[in-house]
Design a protein around this ligand. Structure first.
Ligand code: ATP
Length: 598
């Protein structure tokens, strides 16, 4: 028995939960699909058509079991209900929006997708051959080395089709594959869909105002009107006849699809009511019933041919494989953004120069104490801000791509999070070493007997804790502007407790804990201890009436620090690194569970 997909009286509700200002919850059910039925057979190309907002995407998402709403009705494959996991494996879904990391080339994108999407028992050679064949078949050979960002709309659509065709699924659902394309590219895409159907696949595509000639390439059509109600289901000739019986005769030389759409917009009520009692609806029901009764006599699993059973046992990519390919993609993306890296390095270098130059004349005397503390604070503060804000854009920029890829089961949140860490941490460390080196050598910090390693170590600690903070904040908030806005008061409180602006020993007792969540405090105290611990003698001013701190230890105490706190400071920064990443990861997982855009 060839594959047959039937959907019978499918209704779908979106559940909206709103919380009032006083915390009162109201739950609203919104009906998006209303008793929609249809049948699609292997070898056929089926169109879903209707005005904007009619529910075409929703129907496709429901058929492919990607919808998160409440569904009623039956979706059967060869007359048997089908579970979500198997459907996701058997069904390629080409979304309306082509989301991808656009710095990759077509070949790199297909490779990335192939290694994560396909059965892990498929060999490298086979994968390469599949990619080659798909590129040839979808006419992508010429742009194999072109970055996705440079592709035309038609080429990008064909890349999205190629991605879904990688595991050779017997079912292919495409959401508006021709939208935004010129009529030639649109007819090329529909011809491709026809050729996939001709290979024995079920192909269903939603379509919006197809040009003349394109509409006729489909075998059957499902017409929807706003509210997700059905105005027709059947073959193309039947559709014309059905409309003619209602008195809607498409004038000669007029685009049939456009004519149907005009009528769907102007007479939705009449069309839906008349379809319910039409011959077309009766023969649809007869077809569905005959598939269901045929399946009862069939003893195969799901009534399926052996060809399809392989989808049960697909071996998905392990977490290590996911991590490997995600790191590969993130690293490629990073390298491809070379301009951004150069700009960042330049900004870092300029900032280091501006921080260092005012301190070039600093010497270790009474006046120098303030300058040295100020210089060290500047190094810590600049590192904290630059590293935190550099990663704050990490997730918001990629979230739509992630949500889709995670919801399609391509990878899990943990390998993605880890791959980002692997690519961002070396950058944070290298940038910090360069930044502190410039200040150390230009401002002449070496003159104070502090070697470069000890000067940089607490700054690297601050950079790592701050990038963890950036990860956490960006995973926490959907909107980067909200994240930055809320970050400002937190940073303000944190640096007030750094020890430079407030004598920490005089801080009110109930607020003194704040220093333990301040990266500024840990960094500056550690730097102060390393800077001053070995200084035994600081020359006093000749004027004896002026205050004098005679030893480095005195300086440490002056700022409310303690000479024995170095271990506590470094442990504090390491703890912040782990705690913030743990929280960031939890927020990220929570966010990745939200439904994606199709
Ligand atoms: N999760 C949801 N919550 C509330 N309303 C939703 C949700 N998803 C879709 N809708 C609504 O359901 C209707 C159908 O949406 P759908 O995206 O399926 O339409 P469409 O026919 O594909 O439109 P278009 O041609 O413009 O893409 C729209 O009015 C949309 O606003």
């Amino acid at each position: 028995m060839d594959l047959v997909l039937c959907w019978e009286n499918v209704s779908l509700y979106a559940v909206e939960t709103k919380k009032s200002f006083l915390g009162k919850k109201t739950v609203r059910r919104l009906k998006l699909l209303n008793n929609v039925s249809g049948i699609a057979k292997a070898g056929e190309l089926c169109a879903i058509m209707g005005p904007s907002g009619a529910g075409k995407t929703t129907l496709l998402a429901a058929l492919s079991q990607r919808n998160t709403g409440i569904m009623q009705g039956d979706i059967h494959l060869n007359g048997r209900p089908i579970d979500k996991d198997l459907m996701v494996k058997m069904c390629g879904f080409v979304p309306q929006q082509d989301l991808a990391i656009k710095t990759l080339t077509v070949y790199e994108h297909l490779r990335f997708m192939a290694y994560l999407k396909m059965d892990q028992r498929v060999s490298k050679v086979q994968i390469e051959r599949i990619i080659e064949n798909l590129c040839r078949e979808l006419n992508l050979d010429r742009c194999r080395r072109t970055r996705l960002s440079a592709l035309s709309g038609g080429e990008m659509k064909r890349v999205s089709l190629a991605v879904q065709m990688l595991p050779d699924p017997p079912l292919l659902l495409c959401d508006e594959p021709t939208t935004g394309l010129d009529s030639f590219s649109a007819s090329q895409v529909v011809s491709l869909l026809r050729s996939f159907a001709a290979k024995g696949k079920i192909v269903i595509a939603s379509i919006h105002q197809p040009a003349s000639g394109i509409f006729e390439m489909f075998d059957s059509v499902c017409l929807l009107v706003p509210g997700g109600r059905q105005a027709y289901y059947g073959d193309m000739d039947g559709a014309k006849k059905h409309f003619e019986q209602l008195g809607y005769v498409c004038p000669p030389d007029y685009n049939t699809a456009e004519y149907f759409l005009a009528k769907l917009n102007t007479h939705p009520e009449k069309l839906c009511k008349r379809f319910e009692i039409s011959q077309a609806a009766k023969s649809l029901q007869t077809s569905i019933d005959s598939v269901n009764s045929a399946s009862r006599e069939c003893h195969l699993v799901y009534g399926m041919d052996e060809r399809f059973l392989k989808f049960y046992s697909i071996q998905s990519a392990s977490r290590q494989t996911q991590l490997k390919w995600l790191t590969w993609r993130a690293a490629l993306d990073l390298v491809r953004n070379m301009q951004r890296i150069i700009l960042r390095t330049f900004i870092y270098a300029i900032t280091a120069l501006f921080v260092a130059i005012p301190y070039t004349n600093t010497i270790l005397n009474q006046e120098g104490i303030q300058s040295i503390q100020g210089r060290n604070y500047a190094v810590v503060a600049e590192t904290v801000f630059l590293q935190a804000y550099a990663v704050m854009h990490t997730f918001p920029a990629e979230i739509p791509v992630l949500l889709r890829e995670i919801s399609n089961g391509l990878y899990e949140p943990a390998p993605y999070y880890l791959s980002k860490l692997i690519t961002i941490l070396p950058r944070a460390i290298l940038e910090t070493i360069m930044f502190s080196a410039m200040i150390y050598f230009i401002a002449g910090a070496g003159k104070d007997d502090l070697n470069f390693f000890w000067f940089t170590l607490p700054v690297i600690g601050c950079a790592l804790a701050s990038s963890a903070y950036g990860f956490c904040i960006s995973a926490m908030f959907e909107n980067i502007r909200t994240a930055s806005l809320l970050s400002v008061p937190f940073d303000f409180i944190s640096y007030t407790f750094s020890g430079l602006f407030l004598q920490l020993s005089t801080a009110p007792l109930h607020l003194s804990w704040i220093k333990y969540i301040s990266r500024f405090y840990y960094g500056l105290e550690a730097m102060s201890i390393l800077q001053w611990s070995d200084v035994d003698n600081i020359a006093c001013p000749e004027n004896e009436s002026l205050p004098c701190i005679k030893s480095g230890e005195g300086v440490i105490y002056k700022y409310g620090y303690h000479p024995d706190n170095l271990f506590l400071d470094m442990t504090g920064l390491v703890t912040m690194f782990f705690v913030l990443h743990f929280l960031g990861y939890r927020f990220f997982v929570k966010r990745s569970q939200k439904s994606s855009t199709y």
